[in-house]
Ligand binder design. Structure first.
Ligand SMILES: CC(C)(COP(=O)(O)OP(=O)(O)OC[C@H]1O[C@@H](n2cnc3c(N)ncnc32)[C@H](O)[C@@H]1OP(=O)(O)O)[C@@H](O)C(=O)NCCC(=O)NCCS
Length: 262
């Protein structure tokens, strides 16, 4: 994308080294990764390999450019839509690990369990205090056969949860996951789901299929499953009531013979 922008702004100065001040117009600014908060970046037009540090869903990008070494006044400005810019940016890998929960994780869990925006797509209502959440960890999470905390490198506390719950049939289990909003959009859920399917068939006796039911109105969650190698099987019309509203759900599956994507 930066190469496209530079072609647009400096079509004749092939070797120009420019400093870009990048302003982002994003429909979901809370999802921006920290790399995009850097106020300016230095790019050499002569280096076509240069890419931005992360890929993201942006509606447009505004660039203010000046030739390096000159006054900081921008020489040219431009707004490019993502469609025009044909982005080639890559998403930095996030290091994700899974571990069992402990009662002491209650404060970390409050970060997502008390968030109305997270709870909106889940069956539970936002928690208003730690006591009922502590009871949930004690009575449901700790005895659960496969309920794991999602941890990311550099964060001392869990940032989310992933579970594989038994169904009526021992060959089949149901996947669920949730992530604190501060960590959305960095590939954390996808990495956690990949780690889950890589581990769970070996750890749960008789398990052959993991399935996930996602609301048709939750595209981020559907995308997570697609990226983690799940197969989208069908839309189950008027399948379940969530908080009193009957919803259409997409069913995804991953079987023990499926490859986990790189
Ligand atoms: C769904 C959820 C787990 C995703 O976590 P995450 O770590 O942000 O997910 P990832 O970054 O791994 O992937 C999200 C993908 O969805 C895409 N996405 C996000 N919002 C989107 C939207 N409104 N429309 C389309 N795609 C969207 C992202 O761009 C990304 O895809 P990409 O890598 O191809 O760009 C998180 O948003 C969450 O906890 N939501 C609330 C709880 C929930 O929905 N749980 C699942 C219930 S089935």
């Amino acid at each position: 994308m930066v190469d496209d922008a530079l072609d647009f702004l400096f079509p004749k100065s092939e070797q120009a080294v420019v400093r870009l001040t990048v302003g982002l117009v994003c429909s979901r600014p809370h999802l921006l990764p920290p790399a995009f908060l850097v106020p300016s970046m230095r790019f050499a037009k002569a280096n076509p390999q240069q890419t931005c540090p992360s890929r993201f869903s942006l509606s447009s990008v505004k660039l203010r450019c000046c030739i390096e070494g000159e006054a900081s006044q921008p020489k040219k400005t431009a707004s490019l839509s993502m469609e025009d810019a044909k982005p080639t940016m890559v998403k930095a890998a996030v290091e994700v690990t899974l571990r069992k929960f402990e009662l002491s994780d209650v404060d970390a869990m409050m970060a997502w369990a008390s968030d109305p925006q997270v709870a909106a797509v889940c069956r539970w209502d936002p928690y208003e205090s730690t006591e009922p959440l502590l009871a949930f960890i004690r009575d449901v999470v700790l005895p659960h056969p496969w309920f794991r905390a999602i941890c990311v490198a550099g964060e001392p506390r869990p940032v989310g949860a992933v579970s594989v719950s038994p169904t009526g049939d021992p060959c089949r289990a149901e996947l669920g996951y949730v992530l604190a909003r501060a960590h959305w959009g960095r590939g954390v859920a996808t990495a956690a789901v990949k780690r889950t399917v890589a581990a769970v068939f070996a750890e749960v006796p008789g398990l052959e299929r993991v399935e996930a039911l996602v609301d048709v109105a939750n595209p981020a969650s559907q995308r997570v499953l697609e990226k983690a190698g799940f197969t989208r099987e069908a839309v189950l019309r008027k399948y379940t009531a969530v908080k009193g509203v009957v919803r259409d759900m997409v069913i995804f599956s991953f079987i023990n013979a499926d490859p986990v994507p790189e």
